[in-house]
Structure formats: C-alpha cells, structure tokens
Design a protein around this ligand. Structure first.
Ligand SMILES: C[S@@+](CC[C@H](N)C(=O)[O-])C[C@H]1O[C@@H](n2cnc3c(N)ncnc32)[C@H](O)[C@@H]1O
Length: 120
C-alpha cells in the first residue's frame, strides 16, 4: 500500500487546547506557509470552505475504538479531520474561519471551497 506523505500547508491558531461546548462560536486563523499563500487567490469569494487537518495530539484512550469508519472520532488509522467551516476573511496568508473543531497548533493539510453542485 502506498505510503502517502502529507505536507502541512498551514497551522491552526485559536488558543483552544480543550474541547469547548460549542465549536461553532470559535474563530480560528489558518496561518499559511508562505510558499502556499498564492493558492488563496479568489478563495474569498466563497462562503464556506472544507478544511482537512491533522489530529496531532492524543485523544482520550478510554474511548474504545469501535466502528471507527462510522464515527468522527480523532482516534483513527489516519489522523485526518474534515470540517466544513464558515469563511470569515482571507487576508495576506491568513484565512479566518468560524466553526473549525481543531485544537490550536493542528496542522492543516488542505483547504477546498464548498461548491454546492459538487458538495450537495
Ligand atoms: C470529533 S472530531 C471531528 C473532526 C472533523 N469535524 C471530522 O469530522 O473529521 C473533533 C474533535 O477532535 C478533537 N480534536 C481537535 N483537534 C485535535 C487535535 N489536533 N488532536 C487531537 N484531537 C483533536 C476535539 O476534541 C474536537 O472536538
């Protein structure tokens, strides 16, 4: 099986290190690696974006690993999270979003626009 290696394109900054009651209220900044910031051209036209990020800290080991592919648990073979978030702004190399359920320092591996015709 292929051994895909992922390069972080950004890091999450929101100061959150413990799961809050409501992620929807949390605003996060995605700080792009300088070399990828050109890729943000015209992203600001979208209302929502998908963020693929990495679970970089350990999750609660007490929670049993059951039916992982039927769950959104961070404890999974490939520690990738996928969240649809509200796009607040794109300024320079910083993308500000609302509703991203990722802790501070999480690596971001991809950003894609939400497109109704594809994502319905
Ligand atoms: C249930 S997962 C869902 C993530 C994404 N929406 C998905 O469906 O793939 C979200 C939870 O993962 C945990 N989490 C967030 N960032 C993490 C990180 N960097 N490492 C480990 N756990 C993290 C938090 O407890 C957060 O509430």
């Amino acid at each position: 099986l292929s051994d895909l290696r992922l390069k972080p394109i950004a890091v999450v900054r929101n100061g959150i290190r413990k799961t809050p009651k409501d992620w929807d209220k949390v605003q996060s900044r995605l700080i792009l690696e300088k070399r990828y910031s050109e890729g943000l051209f015209k992203l600001r036209h979208f209302k929502h974006i998908w963020v693929i990020f990495g679970f970089h800290t350990r999750h609660d080991p007490e929670i049993p690993l059951v039916g992982v592919f039927a769950s959104r648990s961070p404890t999974r073979p490939n520690k990738l999270g996928l969240t649809l978030v509200k796009l607040v702004s794109v300024k320079g190399g910083i993308v500000t979003v609302k509703g991203l359920d990722a802790f501070d320092g999480s690596p971001v591996f991809d950003i894609k626009p939400y497109e109704e015709e594809i994502d319905y």
